[in-house]
Design a protein around this ligand. Structure first.
Ligand SMILES: C[S@@+](CC[C@H](N)C(=O)[O-])C[C@H]1O[C@@H](n2cnc3c(N)ncnc32)[C@H](O)[C@@H]1O
Length: 281
């Protein structure tokens, strides 16, 4: 996994993590795409595209005259993304680039030219999310849109309550803070738009939960267990939780998920703004 000195990405890009991220995409992408309202012919910048699955959907929505430039730091993610983009048949309009969200690799003429700049689940992994949003703001044309989607980990509620898992979740949030990242960045998305000179126009939660009896419930439970699993070494190295406590909490989660009334409530924070400077801004 590649790391810049300036940010720590806790999940990495192991095959297991790539499988989890792929699962998350399959659960979330239809709802995310609906909110984007992408117009035919749109030029889109996607920052931290991961496996490229959502980038492929956005590129398809933009149609053959659309264009998507993606930026991703990790070479393993980029390799998987290139294969996904090819398989989705949108490689003709997608340009995947190596680069850091804090220092976007755009050509001079590309700055100020995109219709939409989008990022999802990235701002929580960088120490200065405002710097990323300011770059995104410079990348779109006046009147262009910025779309930010990210976690506020405190929105998670399990019912019936599961105290051992709640302790684990708190340790997981603490691991973000230790890395200099914000586990609650989702609630700050509108602020981040405003702070970077973008006019906020809309915010919402995209529901990312499920309950017993729903066909996808096991997938949500798996995502929850695995998103933390990738961070266990990091948590253990900072003595946030003993390994045995971690294992017991995950066992408890799986047992809990077999309750007939088990429910996961979670909302991904989503916010949209417009760069001022044109009649439609
Ligand atoms: C949780 S994944 C989300 C991927 C994708 N946006 C999605 O929603 O499926 C975060 C991605 O951001 C990348 N990333 C983390 N820090 C980065 C940085 N500073 N610059 C560019 N990419 C970064 C990671 O390598 C990872 O692929």
């Amino acid at each position: 996994m590649s790391e810049s000195k300036s940010s720590h990405y806790v999940h990495g890009a192991s095959p297991d993590e790539q499988e989890r991220l792929s699962l998350l995409n399959s659960l979330l992408n239809a709802r995310s795409l609906e909110e984007m309202r992408i117009q035919s012919g749109a030029s889109i910048l996607d920052v931290g595209f991961g496996l490229g699955q959502f980038a492929a959907l956005m590129a398809r929505a933009a149609g053959p005259s659309g264009r998507l430039v993606g930026v991703e730091r990790d070479p393993d993610q980029r390799a998987r993304a290139a294969a996904n983009i090819e398989a989705e048949g949108v490689a003709d309009r997608v340009d995947l680039r190596a680069g850091d969200a804090m220092d976007l690799p755009l050509a001079r003429e590309e700055w100020g030219a995109f219709d939409i700049a989008h990022t999802r689940f990235l701002l929580e992994h960088v120490p200065d999310p405002g710097a990323v949003v300011r770059q995104m703001s410079r990348a779109v044309r006046p009147g262009g849109r910025l779309v930010l989607a990210d976690d506020d980990h405190e929105t998670l509620r399990l019912h019936p309550a599961l105290p051992s898992f709640e302790r684990l979740w708190s340790a997981y949030m603490r691991s973000y803070e230790i890395s200099g990242n914000d586990p609650l960045v989702g609630r700050r998305l509108v602020y981040l738009l405003h702070e970077s000179g973008v006019r906020p126009i809309r915010n919402t939660y995209i529901f990312f939960g499920s309950c017993a009896g729903n066909a996808d419930f096991d997938s949500y439970v798996r995502n929850l267990a695995e998103v933390i699993a990738t961070a266990t070494d990091h948590m253990a190295s900072h003595q946030l939780l003993a390994r045995a406590e971690f294992d017991a909490a995950i066992d408890d989660l799986h047992a809990w998920s077999r309750l007939p009334d088990a429910a996961i409530w979670y909302g991904m924070c989503w916010a949209e703004g417009v760069r001022p400077g044109s009649p439609d801004a």
